[in-house]
Ligand binder design. Structure first.
Ligand code: RAM
Length: 340
């Protein structure tokens, strides 16, 4: 083989190796540097958390070196979430952002995760303080409770029997809101409203529907059902319609415009409320990123930057709230139903 041919072959080989090397270095670097944030929700198949997942993906795209692992049990349970967190610890994720099915039962496993360097934050439904670095509330619990009682009062003329259809009985956020609603009902303004029952649909459409039917059939004087869960409010609305009680029993609570527009236009729901779950998932992801990357202010009493949501202040207990609940009605539900 002539010298020229040998040199050309050597050059080609060098170029290939270099490219391969570059390729390997280029391919390896982004994966190696990816920050993996696991979003653990109460249950899969829940439109609220699907929207929060969209927000997390939006944040990950902006942050560039973030991978979102979206997971949760099929039915809401602390046991299901404990199993998932165990697996995430083995996978050595960098952060876990969780909406808890129970404030206390998850503490041992999240403490174990944090002992292994995993940053654990809760959002939406919180974990007790010792089990997480931060809790991001979608809104202020007092405002959420008052808003729901006021919407029910407006619908029934301030007096009559009401009932609550909640999610799962241990859910942190649900029980905080129910407690606030019970306190608000003690105020003179709402003295003519009587809470006759609180039932639990477990954020499952079929069980929520059955519980709502049970409320309607066992409380003939019932005038309103308050459901602080997007699954429950949708199911209760269907139950009122199926029982032919539209205009006699009103439904309100927390819902997704995309799922509630029809119930508003049918007259079953005059008003409902919620915050933007997309923004909640977006901000929770940014917050986790701040803790993982060691943002100096990412601590109790500090703050985290949250992209287009600005900076979020964290109180001394590690808690933060985003925005007041927003009220939807027939005048605005359609425009928001295209968003979430
Ligand atoms: C359900 C869940 C969630 C709650 C919403 C309003 O999706 O219970 O925790 O924030 O409703």
């Amino acid at each position: 083989m002539k010298l020229k041919q040998i040199l050309s072959a050597a050059l080609a080989a060098t170029v290939l190796v270099t490219m391969a090397g570059c390729g390997e270095k280029k391919a390896a670097a982004p994966e190696a540097q990816k920050i993996r944030i696991a979003m653990v929700v109460k249950n899969l198949g829940n439109g609220f958390f699907d929207a929060a997942h969209r927000g997390a993906q939006e944040a990950a795209k902006e942050l560039k070196n973030v991978e979102i692992i979206y997971t949760g049990p099929t039915t809401p349970s602390a046991e299901g979430q404990i199993e998932i967190i165990n697996s995430l610890i083995s996978q050595k994720v960098d952060a876990i952002v969780i909406s808890a099915n129970d404030p206390n039962a998850l503490v041992p496993i999240t403490k174990r995760a944090m002992a292994r360097g995993i940053k654990v934050l809760s959002f939406d439904s919180g974990i007790a303080q010792e089990g997480r670095l931060m809790q991001l509330h979608p809104s202020n619990a007092q405002l959420i409770g008052l808003k729901q009682i006021r919407m029910a009062s407006d619908a029934i003329g301030g007096e009559g029997e009401i009932a609550i259809l909640s999610a799962s009985a241990q859910a942190t956020n649900q029980n905080i809101w129910i407690g606030v609603m019970k306190d608000v009902l003690k105020q003179p303004e709402f003295s003519k409203m009587k809470l006759v029952a609180t039932v639990y649909g477990d954020d499952q459409a079929d069980k929520s529907y059955r519980e709502a039917i049970g409320l309607l059939r066992s409380n003939p004087k019932l005038k309103a059902i308050i459901a602080p869960t997007i699954v429950g409010i949708n199911a209760a609305s269907r139950a009122v319609q199926d029982e032919g009680l539209v205009g006699k029993v009103f439904v309100t609570g927390l819902g997704l415009p995309s799922e509630m527009a029809g119930h508003v236009h049918s007259g079953t729901v005059l008003e409902f409320a919620i915050w933007n779950p997309i923004d909640l998932g977006y901000a929770a992801t940014y917050a986790a990123y701040g803790f993982v990357t060691g943002q100096p202010t990412a601590k109790a009493g500090g703050s985290v930057s949250a992209g287009r949501m600005g900076s979020i202040a964290i109180d001394e207990k590690g808690e933060a709230a985003m925005a007041p609940p927003f009220t939807y009605n027939k005048g605005n539900v359609d425009q928001f139903s295209k968003i979430f």
